[in-house]
Design a protein around this ligand. Structure first.
Ligand code: PLP
Length: 408
């Protein structure tokens, strides 16, 4: 079924403000049904979860529905879906909990391609337990992280490998299922950062081979929170610190304090919205298969237009445009222009394409971009051709001004 971007855009009140949004990798805009669901949960009678009152049952229902929605989106089990404030918070919590079983001589592997949220929690947990951290380095030319690079770092004492399913800076997508095979053969666990992949491609956590898969609904049209999916059996074996009266049941044992019910309602609405991006029939998972395939094609076509247009502009440099597989995210700079200035120049023309390292700090440094990074343009479900053309026009003007000789 063809993707009707005009029909999709009509659901996003934020687009009425007129900007062309290439800032989706930082956080996507929100469609009306998601805002309605959040407001609806706040307007309705909701109290702590329970079975006695309608308000308790509503809270319980919201949680159950959100777990099921995320399970449908990720090909996961509802009982293994954990909610938290953010992916960063969930990863820190899980790193601390897993590290209780680690000791000197053990090893963890992180990568230089990752967002810091999938590096620092493991580094800090390792430091606390005397565990050695090994770093898998990506190839700065291609932006790719090879399976072999990770495989070479594995040994009998490797406890966990943390790797991104897609780089939020370059878009490159390591071959997670091949990595999972090698990691599991070494007897280690695989923690996958799916924050940047989930908005662009339908994930099947089991097929990927991820033991833990973390993502953030605010990157895929939902509200600001984080999600961690794992096999409930595996979660049973992990014992985080928790309050004495709080339940020890899985997955609740990992959810500290009261859940944000309104944001969970919004998350369910976001998954439903994604499932309805193109008309379809069947279960929600089946509809997600159709709509995410259509979205992927829509985003691929726009990425080609963007990359081809940028390539024609003299003075544009691309970074690590991976050939193996890539999300619709492009990192570039304009010769003689500081990226922060380019960001401002574009913003003044209603084009939101921020510059930075976007917390993929080790990645940015490895690319030779230091801590300031470059301009990142990400395509989202609501991006259309005219957005791309506005960005290209802005970059063209900028590059033209940059090479114009100073008046005598
Ligand atoms: C790839 C990636 N991982 C992790 C994060 C952190 O997510 P959160 O804000 O939910 O902690 C981000 C946020 O930009 C990201 O892009």
């Amino acid at each position: 079924m063809a993707y009707d971007v005009a029909a999709v855009r009509a659901h996003f009140p934020a687009l009425d403000e007129g900007a062309a949004h290439f800032d989706g990798p930082g956080g996507s805009q929100v469609p009306e049904p998601v805002a309605e669901a959040v407001a609806g949960a706040l307007r309705a009678a909701v109290s702590n979860r329970g079975a006695e009152t309608a308000a308790e049952r509503r809270a319980d229902g919201i949680v159950a529905e959100a777990r099921q929605a995320m399970a449908d989106l990720l090909g996961a089990t509802p009982g293994g879906v954990v909610f938290g404030r953010s992916m960063t918070q969930l990863t820190y919590d899980m790193a601390r909990a897993l590290a209780k079983e680690w000791g000197p001589g053990d090893e963890v592997v992180v990568t230089t391609l990752d967002h810091d949220a999938n590096i620092r929690p493991w580094v800090h947990a390792a430091e606390a337990r005397g565990v050695t951290v090994r770093r898998a380095d990506f190839d700065p030319e291609s932006g790719e992280l090879s399976v072999d690079t990770i495989a070479h770092l594995l040994g009998g004492r490797t406890r966990l490998v943390a790797v991104t399913a897609a780089s939020n800076l370059l878009g490159s997508r390591p071959d997670i299922s091949a990595i999972a095979e090698r990691v599991h053969a070494a007897g280690a666990l695989l923690y996958v950062d799916g924050v940047h992949l989930t908005p662009h491609s339908l994930v099947d956590v089991g097929r990927l081979g991820a033991d833990f898969y973390a993502c953030s609904p605010y990157k895929f049209l939902g509200p600001h929170l984080g999600v961690l999916a794992a096999d409930p059996g595996l979660l049973e074996s992990v014992h985080p610190d928790k309050l004495l009266p709080a339940t020890d049941a899985v997955p609740e044992r990992f959810e500290l304090g009261t859940l944000p019910y309104e944001l969970l309602a919004g998350t369910t609405a976001a998954v439903d919205f994604l499932a309805g991006l193109v008309p379809g029939e069947g279960t929600r998972r089946e509809r997600l298969e159709g709509s995410m395939a259509a979205l992927e094609e829509h985003e691929r076509i726009l990425l080609e237009r963007l990359d081809a247009g940028l390539a024609e502009i003299a003075g544009v440099t691309f970074y690590g445009a991976a050939s193996r597989a890539r999300t619709p995210t492009t990192l570039f700079s304009v010769d003689h222009v500081r990226s922060a200035d380019a960001y401002r120049f574009l913003a003044e023309r209603g084009v939101n394409a921020p510059a930075g390292s976007f917390y993929a700090l080790e990645c940015s440094r490895r690319l030779g971009l230091g801590d300031t990074g470059a301009i990142r343009a990400g395509i989202a479900p609501y991006t259309d051709e005219s957005d791309v053309d506005r960005l290209l026009k802005g970059v063209q003007e900028l590059a033209g001004e940059a090479v114009r000789p100073e008046p005598a």
